[in-house]
Write a protein that binds this ligand. Sequence first.
Ligand code: PLP
Length: 375
Amino acid sequence: MHYLDHAAATPMRPEVWEAMRPYALEVFGNASGSHAVSRQAKNALEEARERTAAVLGAEPAEIVFTSGGTESDNLAVQGAVLAADDGGLVTTGIEHEAVLETAAFLESLGRDVVVVDPAADGVIRPEAVADAVSANTALVSIMLANNETGVIQPVSEVSALLRSRGVSVPIHTDAVQAFASERIDVRRLGVDLLSLSGHKIGGPKGVGLLWIRRGLRLEPVIHGGGQEMGRRAGTSNVMGAIGMSVAMELADGDRTRFRRRVAEERDSFETTLRGAAPSVEVTGRGLLRLASHSHVRVPGLDQQTALIRLDRAAVAASAGSACSSGAATTSHVLLAMGMGVSEARTALRFSFGWTTKVGEGAQAARLVSEAIRSR
Ligand code: PLP
């Protein structure tokens, strides 16, 4: 099987599982208790917090562990907007559903939401974001890299432009897809909130984090006990937090090699595929994009049929983002880039990762070119 869907889920790195194991079997205490068994769990949780903070250039108290990227995005977007009396949101048309559906929810509550679309190349223009911000904007949310196209967004430029205009509105970035390939230092990026997810970076599913700049006020989304300094209720997922911290350290330490390796395979995949099928168009070619992603459009292709053929040929890919219902939908990202429905439905996403083998890009491309030729 050629697993080319690392953007949907990555296999867990064995070191992550080894680090998590004792916290499933031996250190089982509730981190909120007061006895020795709980203290062990609490110490592990705080160590995980320190380790994740160190990777991001953050302070441990700025890290809130969540159940994943979706919850982190919800906490950031709802939390910041609802903390402002009557504030609104400025976001983009290419965000993940975790942001866009939260935006729709806020709109249903009567909050003002402005959605900025990218240019045809898939890149959001900083001026368009800055122009959409008004006196009542409580948050700007713009992702660091798009999950479908892999195109990197000018987040620090948006931040710099807003600050140069004297606007101090908080900025959230969804860095869920970017972290494996891109080094992230939260202070350099110029944002106030940043979302990450474990299962996109060789860690476990069901855990993520939100970095919240010190002093920023957020309305909690989950109410209950006072865990995570009152910002996220619920018994702490100690095992998940440990897994998250180890996955982040491994990805951070291995990033230069990882980038080189996945870029080599991705590039040979695209060269081989375009050699065999010259009509294939690579989205974002020549732009800043993640080393791990290849998003292609094949004129006349029906993406659902192609995915079935690819599955039979033992190539795991996707049409864009993994849709929870399994239903075929047209990519909102490609529509926001100005493509028509029929063109958007010719797209396929291939994403490479830490288990991708040398030579796999070209091998997979040959299988893909056969699958798309026999349509
Ligand atoms: N944000 C982006 C950009 C994603 O790609 C994903 C997952 O596909 C998420 C958020 C959601 O993360 P999770 O699956 O951890 O809820």
